[in-house]
Design a protein around this ligand. Structure first.
Ligand code: GLY
Ligand code: MN
Ligand code: MN
Length: 438
């Protein structure tokens, strides 16, 4: 854990301070997931749970109770067990939960059915994110029903359930200095990985071999996994937005689109670069690429406090539509094409998303029906693209099968914004120079 434990304590305090006095919040850890037979997927803690705990074990439940005399932050977790630890590694145990993770109180997960109903009983309000984990939802109902079954003995079941994520996700949207430091490093590692892939690219290299170059950089730098499956699409594969098959040979004359970012200490980077397999853009590739790059720069210029969420997208769409009209790929009036969304067959996704512990991070995009106003500490991606389907009979053949996206990670600052991922080139001349020097 690279983030100081006090950062997690501070977050628990901030959430406790927002909760009403007579209430309780309950969060389960992620479950272990089976990959095949007795093999599990590598365990990755649930983001909300980790955000409040820094605790990376499964079979744990975090409970917050403002004003509780014996401790406001409580962790249920696996007990220490030398035999189990011999096979599966270190367990913190309830002792470690209080000493190392600074919980006020901790219990073995094996006794949660005996203890948690008692902690819920008498609290008016339960903060809980329902519908994410059906099995845990059922447990919560069981605990509530234990209390309900005792009303005739004077037990008081909670009267209100409140969506915990509403509070937590707003907190997660604003990144602290410590979070930005990690995200900056994740961006830098990912940028280096893209540079390495550009340098390793040659006609005949397999898409998965460029993926291997990317993964190599991530792991050498201490990232244990990509933040999402890396996309390496040569030629028309670049038009498949979530292409992860990555098993085709890269062809001379094609572009290759790489969308890859590492996860570092639970924070994601998300970068896309598109470059020529040969090292030199064709006329058509360069024309489309320049439109996407100009669109991306126009979008980034719209990121500053006071701007709203949709401003960068509107700017990108305008540049892309104008560019496609200039090239004759779209016909008509720019404003009209935008209003009728006729550009969507070439640009069908949004220009970005919040970025943080999850690659498509939490946080509302609209508040009270209006686009959210940008504030310092918010981090987003800016990723316009143009995709010309290989089977689009309505466009001249020379354009078909070209897929281009350019994506950077941007943090809103007091003055404007800062790009976290600019250590990988994106200007045509820069990319060609870098590849010429291979
Ligand atoms: N890599 C996922 C995205 O760009 O949204
Ligand atoms: Mn991406
Ligand atoms: Mn993205």
């Amino acid at each position: 854990m690279s983030m100081s434990i006090d950062e997690f304590v501070k977050r628990r305090r901030a959430l406790l301070d927002q909760m009403t006095p007579n209430s309780i919040a309950i969060l389960p850890s992620a479950p272990e997931r089976t990959r095949n037979r007795d093999v599990h997927y590598p365990f990755r803690q649930e983001s909300d749970f980790y955000y409040l705990s820094g605790f990376a074990e499964s079979d744990a439940v975090l409970v917050l109770i403002p004003g509780r005399e014996h401790g406001e932050s409580v962790l249920f977790c696996k007990e220490k067990d030398p035999k189990k630890e011999l096979w599966d590694g270190y367990l913190a145990g309830p002792e470690g939960a209080t000493t190392d993770f600074k919980f006020d109180d901790a219990f073995p997960i094996s006794v949660i059915d005996d203890i948690l109903p008692g902690l819920i009983e008498g609290r008016e309000k339960v903060y809980y994110s329902m519908g994410l984990d059906a099995q845990f939802d059922a447990h919560v109902m069981e605990w509530i029903n234990v209390i309900r079954s005792k009303v005739r003995s004077g037990a008081h079941p909670p009267g209100e359930f409140v969506a915990l994520e509403h509070y937590l996700h707003d907190m997660r949207l604003y990144k602290s200095a410590a979070e930005l430091k990690v995200m900056e490093r994740a961006g830098k590692i990912s940028a280096e990985a893209h540079v390495r892939a550009m340098k390793a690219c040659r006609p005949g290299v397999m898409e998965y071999q460029l993926e291997a170059e990317i993964t190599h950089c991530f792991m050498q730098a201490g990232s244990r996994a990509p933040a999402y499956p890396s996309i390496v699409g040569g030629g028309a594969n670049g038009c498949v937005l979530h292409y992860i098959t990555n098993n085709a040979a890269l062809k001379d004359g094609d572009l290759v689109l790489i969308d890859a970012g590492c996860e570092l200490d639970y924070y994601a980077a998300d970068i896309t670069r598109t470059f020529p397999v040969s090292g030199i853009f064709s006329t058509e590739q360069a024309a489309l690429y320049q439109i996407v790059l100009d669109a991306q720069k126009s979008a980034i210029a719209e990121i500053a406090p006071g701007k709203h969420w949709n401003h960068p997208h509107e700017a990108a769409v305008k540049v892309i539509v104008q560019g496609l009209v200039d090239l004759g790929l779209l016909q008509g009036d720019v404003e009209e094409i935008i209003a009728k969304e006729d550009y969507k067959k070439f640009y069908m996704h949004r220009t970005g998303h919040w970025l943080g512990m999850d690659v498509h991070d939490v946080g509302d995009y609209k508040v009270g029906g209006e686009w959210r106003v940008l504030e310092p500490g918010m981090v987003m991606t800016v990723e316009p693209g143009i995709y010309i389907s290989p089977s689009d009979q309505d466009v001249p053949e020379k354009w078909r099968g070209i897929g281009i996206r350019i994506e950077d990670d941007v943090v809103v600052t007091k003055q404007g914004c800062r790009i976290l991922t600019d250590a990988v080139p994106k200007e045509i001349a820069e990319i060609e120079a870098l590849m010429a020097a291979r």
